[in-house]
Design a protein around this ligand. Structure first.
Ligand code: ADP
Ligand code: ZN
Ligand code: ZN
Length: 767
C-alpha cells in the first residue's frame, strides 16, 4: 500500500503557503506521522527543504500526477498531536500568518539537543543526608544543596528526577556534581518511569478554602460537569461553561482556587496547563505548586537550557507529568487529555506574542480548550478590560473573591501624595514628607518596605527646570538618562554624551535629573536611611540565571529592610513582612499616551499596592504623583476596579477602541524618513481602496483610519517609525484590510527596500 503525506514546506512566502503532496518511500513507512519534520525536494530544481507533515493518508490526491518522495524524516522528535496542528490552522486563519509560522509556534521545542536518557538521583544514605541537610539548611551559601537534599528527603523514596531538579528546584548541574562527588547521592540512568502519583506531603498543610473560594470552585466544577454532559450528548459546550474569569483582589487566594481545580481535574485523569508570566515564575511560586503536586509538575521557563526544556517537554509527553507550568509557550504542551488551562495574571502584556503569529495566549487557550474539550480559567486582581467586558456581557462566567484570604490580612490603606506640593515646599528628594515618615515608622517597627519605580535602568530623564527642555538621544526619539558618572546615556541604542552645564535651549543652569531610576533611588535611600539594609531588583542587578530568585529569597527571609525595584518586584510575590509600599512616581507609565496607558497604569499601581500588608501587620501604600486627579490614579488609590472599569469602558465605547471595537495597527519602519513617509501614504491609499471595495460589498459598520503619523517614539537607532491605526466594528473587515496591506507590502517591496511594514490585529504594545 502506498502512503502519502501532506507537507507544509518551510519557506515563509504566502504564495506557497499551502500543503504539498509527497509519497512516503518504503524505508520511511511507519516513521512519518502528522507533526513529523521531514526533508523534501521542492520546486523545479528539487531544492532540498525542511517541512512539517500535517496529515498522512493512504488515499492519493488524484490532482497530483506524480508526487515526489520524502527524502528523510528527523526521527527523534515526537510528532505534535493532531490537536496542535489544528490549533496551528486556527492561528493561521485568525492572525493571517503562514502555516509554517503557525506550526513552528505550536511546536516550540525545536529538536533534541542530543539523545538524553532519563536520569534519577537517589540518596545513598538517608540518615547521613538528613544530618547534612539539618546542618546546611539555614546557610545562605548552600541554599541550592539544601533545597535538593530537602526535596529528596521529602519525596518518600529518597529520589528525584533530573527534570524535577532542573525545572522545579532550579538546581544547577554543578550543585548536582558536588553532591555526587561528596557521595551523598547517586545517579541512575534509564530507570523505568516512576509512578507519577507519588505525592509529596504538603509541608504547610492544606488551607481550608473560605466561602468565596469554595463558591468559585463549586461553580466552576458545576460548569465542568455540564460540559462533560453536553459533550456526552454530542453537543457543544457553551462558552460560559468553558471560560471563567476569576477576579480576586490581591491576596484573595486565587492560587488556592487554581490548585483545588487542578486537583479535581487531575483526579479525573485529565491534564492541566498553568500559565504564569515569566517574571512571576519564581522559585517561591513553583515551590508552592510542587509542595502540593510533587513530581507531577513539569516547568518551562526561559532560564532552562535547550536540553532542559526538552526534558520538561518529554516529561509531559511521556505522561510522567500531568501539569505543565510555564509562560506563554507552555500552552502548546502536547497533552492528549487536556482538561484545564489556567492563565494567572491574565492581564499581563507578556501573554501577547510580538512576532508572527502575533497571538494572544488567552484567545489561543480558548481555542485549544475548544479542541480538547477543556476549560479555561483566567485569573487576575486587575482583569484586562477585554476579559472583564466579556464576563460582563455574558461570554465568560465571572467569579469574585473580594477579601484577602489570610487570617488578619486586610487590603492596605492608600494615600496619595501630590508631588507638586512637595516641590513647592522645596523638597527635591524623590521621597516625599509623608513617605519618609511612614518609612521611619516602619523601620522602627522592624517591618519591611518596598519602593517601586517604573523605570528600568538607572535614572530618570534630564530636563531644564526653567524651560522644560528635555535632553534627547540623537539617534532615537527618547530622553537620555543620567548615570552615576555624569554621562547621559540612551537606553535604546547605548549612545552617550557628556551632561552640559547649561540648558541648550534657554541657557539656564538649573538642569537636573528629573524623576528617578532604581539605582539613583538606591543611593539616595542608603544615604537618608543609613541604618536600613537595602536591596535592589531590576534588570541590572538580576540579569542572569537565579539572581532574581536569590534577591527575592533574601528579602523574603528578612535579610533586608527595603527592596527597591521595577515591575519585577510587583508581580505576584507574597512577602508577608512588607507593611509599606511606596510608589515613587505613578505618572511614569502614563507618558506613553496610548489608549492603553490608563489601563496599564491602573494595573501596575493596584498590583504594586497589593504587595503591602499580606501578613498580619496592616499594610499601607503611598502613591506619589504629579497628577493626583487622573482617574486611573484615583481609582487605583481607592482600589476600586469596578469603578475604573465603568469609566474606562465608557471611554472605549465612545471612542470605538477595543474591546468594544477592533483595532488594526500598521507599523512602518525605515532607515529613510522620506521612504517611510511614502510607504505610509501608499498604504493609506491601499486601505482607502479596500474600504471603498468593502462599502460597495455592503459593509456598513464603522471603519476609521488614523494616520500615517509619526509613532510615539518617532525614531530608534536612526530608524524612523510611522504608524497607522484602523478602528473597525468588524473583525472580518479589519482582517481583509490587513491582508490588503500585506499584499501591497509584498507587491511594492522593490520600491520600499529600506522599509519594514508590520501588521497587528490585537496590538498590545502601541507603536
Ligand atoms: P492570590 O493568588 O489571590 O494573590 P494567594 O493564593 O497567593 O492569593 O493567597 C494569599 C495568601 O493567603 C497566601 O499566603 C495563602 O496561603 C493564604 N490563603 C489563601 N487561601 C487561604 C485560606 N482559605 N485560608 C487561609 N489562608 C489562605
Ligand atoms: Zn531651559
Ligand atoms: Zn539612542
Amino acid at each position: 500500500m502506498e502512503i502519502f503525506a501532506d507537507v507544509v514546506v518551510d519557506i515563509n512566502i504566502k504564495s506557497v503557503d499551502r500543503v504539498f503532496l509527497y509519497r512516503v518511500p518504503e524505508h520511511l513507512k511507519g516513521r512519518v506521522a502528522a507533526g513529523s519534520r521531514v526533508t523534501v525536494p521542492f520546486g523545479k530544481g528539487n531544492r532540498e527543504l525542511g517541512g512539517i507533515v500535517v496529515a498522512v493518508s493512504d488515499q492519493k490526491d488524484e490532482s497530483v500526477a506524480a508526487p515526489k518522495d520524502i527524502l528523510s524524516v528527523s526521527g527523534d522528535l515526537p510528532p505534535a498531536s493532531a490537536q496542535l496542528i489544528r490549533l496551528a490552522g486556527w492561528m493561521r486563519s485568525r492572525y493571517g500568518c503562514t502555516m509554517v509560522q503557525a506550526l513552528k509556534t505550536v511546536m516550540p521545542v525545536r529538536k533534541p539537543v542530543k539523545e538524553r536518557v532519563q536520569v534519577n538521583y537517589y540518596l545513598t544514605d538517608e540518615a547521613a543526608a538528613r544530618q547534612v541537610y539539618e546542618k546546611i539548611k539555614g546557610s545562605k551559601r548552600e541554599r541550592a544543596r539544601a533545597r535538593m537534599l530537602g526535596a529528596m528527603l521529602d519525596s518518600g523514596d529518597g529520589s528525584i528526577s533530573r527534570e524535577t531538579a532542573a525545572g522545579i528546584l532550579r538546581i544547577s548541574s554543578s550543585t548536582i556534581r558536588s553532591l555526587l562527588s561528596a557521595g551523598l547521592i547517586r545517579e541512575e540512568s534509564r530507570q523505568i518511569v516512576r509512578n507519577p502519583s507519588g505525592l509529596l506531603p504538603s509541608r504547610w498543610g492544606r488551607v481550608q478554602l473560605n466561602p468565596e473560594q469554595t463558591e468559585a470552585v463549586d461553580q466552576i466544577m458545576a460548569s465542568w460537569d455540564r460540559m462533560q454532559e453536553t459533550v456526552r450528548q454530542g453537543g457543544r459546550a457553551s462558552s460560559r461553561d468553558m471560560v471563567h474569569l476569576l477576579y480576586g483582589v490581591t491576596g484573595s487566594g486565587k492560587t488556592e482556587v487554581y490548585m483545588e481545580l487542578m486537583d479535581r481535574v487531575l483526579s479525573q485523569g485529565r491534564q492541566v496547563i498553568m500559565l504564569i508570566p515569566e517574571i512571576s515564575l519564581t522559585l517561591q511560586t513553583v515551590t508552592r505548586f510542587y509542595e502540593r503536586f510533587g513530581d507531577r509538575i513539569a516547568v518551562m521557563n526561559s532560564r532552562l537550557s535547550a536540553g532542559e526544556r526538552y526534558d520538561q517537554y518529554m516529561k509531559a509527553r511521556r505522561g510522567q507529568a500531568s501539569i505543565m507550568i510555564g509562560p506563554r509557550s507552555a500552552l502548546f504542551t502536547s497533552f492528549e487529555d487536556l482538561g484545564l488551562i489556567i492563565i494567572d495574571e491574565e492581564h499581563e502584556p507578556a501573554y501577547k506574542s510580538e512576532s508572527s503569529p502575533k497571538y494572544l495566549a488567552r484567545d489561543a487557550a480558548i481555542q485549544r480548550a475548544k479542541l480538547a474539550g477543556a476549560m479555561v480559567v483566567l485569573g487576575s486582581a486587575t482583569p484586562s478590560l477585554s476579559s472583564y467586558y466579556k464576563a460582563r456581557t455574558g461570554a465568560y462566567s465571572l467569579h469574585r473573591l473580594t477579601t484577602r484570604a489570610r487570617q488578619g490580612s486586610l487590603l492596605p490603606g492608600v494615600d496619595v501624595v501630590d508631588l507638586r506640593e512637595e516641590f513647592k515646599r522645596k523638597n527635591m528628594s524623590p521621597i516625599s514628607g509623608p513617605l519618609r515618615e511612614a518609612m521611619d515608622q516602619c523601620l522602627a517597627q522592624g517591618s519591611q518596605i518596598m519602593l517601586f519605580i517604573n523605570r528600568r535602568g538607572f535614572a530618570g530623564f534630564v530636563s531644564c527646570r526653567s524651560c522644560g527642555y528635555v535632553f534627547k538621544c540623537r539617534h532615537c526619539d527618547v530622553s537620555m538618562t543620567i548615570h552615576g558618572d555624569g554621562i547621559l546615556r540612551c537606553h535604546y541604542c547605548g549612545s552617550e554624551q557628556r551632561m552640559p552645564k547649561v540648558c541648550p535651549s534657554c541657557g539656564s543652569p538649573y538642569i537636573a535629573g528629573f524623576g528617578m531610576g532604581t539605582e539613583k533611588l538606591e543611593t539616595l535611600v542608603k544615604k537618608e536611611f543609613p541604618k536600613a539594609r537595602v536591596l535592589r531588583l531590576d534588570r541590572d542587578t538580576a540579569s542572569g540565571k537565579g539572581e532574581m530568585d536569590a534577591i527575592l529569597e533574601k528579602f523574603s527571609e528578612g535579610q533586608a529592610d527595603i527592596l527597591i525595584g521595577t515591575q519585577m518586584i510587583v508581580k505576584g510575590h507574597d512577602f508577608n513582612r512588607v507593611s509599606l509600599v511606596g510608589i515613587i512616581a505613578a505618572d511614569l507609565s502614563m507618558f506613553s499616551g496610548s489608549y492603553l496607558s490608563s489601563e496599564r497604569t491602573f494595573q501596575l499601581l493596584t498590583q504594586a499596592a497589593g504587595r503591602a500588608g499580606r501578613g498580619s501587620r496592616p499594610g499601607r501604600v503611598i502613591i506619589q504623583t504629579y497628577r493626583p486627579d487622573e482617574a486611573c490614579i484615583r481609582f487605583a488609590a481607592a482600589q476600586d476596579y469596578e469603578a475604573f472599569y465603568e469609566q474606562e469602558i465608557r471611554f472605549r465605547q465612545a471612542m470605538h477602541y477595543p474591546p468594544v471595537s477592533q483595532m488594526l495597527m500598521i507599523s512602518i519602519e525605515s532607515r529613510s524618513d522620506q521612504e517611510a513617509a511614502q510607504a505610509g501614504a501608499g498604504i493609506r491609499g491601499c486601505i482607502d481602496r479596500e474600504i471603498k471595495r468593502q462599502r460597495e460589498d455592503g459593509e456598513q459598520g464603522l471603519i476609521q483610519v488614523m494616520g500615517p503619523s509619526r509613532a510615539g517614539i518617532r525614531k530608534v537607532r536612526d530608524i524612523y517609525r510611522y504608524v497607522i491605526y484602523v478602528k473597525n466594528d468588524s473583525r472580518q473587515s479589519a482582517f481583509s484590510i490587513k491582508n490588503a496591506v500585506e499584499a501591497f507590502a509584498d507587491r511594492r517591496s522593490g520600491d520600499f527596500r529600506h522599509t519594514y511594514i508590520g501588521t497587528d490585529l490585537d496590538p498590545y504594545q502601541l507603536f
